[in-house]
Design a protein around this ligand. Structure first.
Ligand SMILES: Cc1cc2nc3c(=O)[nH]c(=O)nc-3n(C[C@H](O)[C@H](O)[C@H](O)COP(=O)(O)O)c2cc1C
Length: 199
């Protein structure tokens, strides 16, 4: 099993990075630390990537590849094509996913969906699973009712759902300012979800 984690927080020890680590600990525990050819985890820090923004030329819809010069967005698209499970870990920025993650997905449309002659999307990742980890400072229940973490979940459902991924689980962390980062409870939820993935 090839697990790809897209970490969209620029903070190496922030809530999202810690929750993603706990998630991976859960995966590791469930495979008894046996990361062989059978189970591999690849973590990509989106903030480290260098790529140009999508130009909206729509050529990729015809030729199935982005015609911009080779950069990290092409490289991540290849990783998505070969992954079995995709984990997207993204903090809430303005009630949505961070801009750099959105820019990355914009560049990878051709690796996520094809299109019928009438422009109807055809998912390219049917049968694959996805997981979401998200966090925000807005406390519960306002993170849900005011479209904060729910804004991230909605945006990722749109992208991952159109690509054919089935969202198997999510970790939603609220009120990170008051809690000063990842609470023990949230860490446990992330760990359990990771554990359930591989077992
Ligand atoms: C540019 C920016 C925009 C943000 N927008 C929101 C927001 O709309 N709602 C919210 O509740 N928190 C917002 N936050 C707070 C982050 O979502 C929160 O601190 C999150 O836990 C950060 O995760 P991290 O520590 O892993 O980076 C924002 C933070 C930044 C830097």
């Amino acid at each position: 099993m090839n697990i790809l984690v897209l970490n969209a927080s620029p903070r190496r020890n922030g809530t999202i990075s810690q929750a993603a680590s706990r998630f991976m600990e859960g995966v590791a525990e469930s495979v008894a630390g046996d990361f062989s050819e059978d189970t591999r985890i690849d973590v990509v820090n989106v903030a480290d990537l260098k790529f140009s923004p999508c130009r909206g030329c729509m050529q990729c819809r015809k030729c199935g590849r982005c015609c911009l010069p080779q950069d990290d967005a092409h490289r991540i698209a290849e990783k998505i094509e070969s992954c079995d499970v995709l984990v997207v870990a993204a903090p809430v920025y303005w009630g949505n996913i961070p801009g750099n993650l959105k820019m990355l997905f914009d560049r990878m449309v051709y690796a996520l969906m094809a299109e019928s002659r009438l422009g109807i999307p055809k998912p390219l990742h049917k049968g694959k699973d996805a997981y979401i980890i998200t966090s925000c400072t807005t406390p519960f229940p306002f993170n849900v009712f005011c479209g904060q973490t729910s804004g991230v979940v909605r945006a990722l459902k749109e992208i991952l759902g159109t690509a054919g991924f089935k969202i198997r689980g999510k970790v939603v962390i609220s009120g990170t300012k008051a809690k000063k980062g990842l609470s023990e409870h949230a860490g446990r939820c992330a760990y359990r979800l990771g554990f359930s993935l591989a077992s």
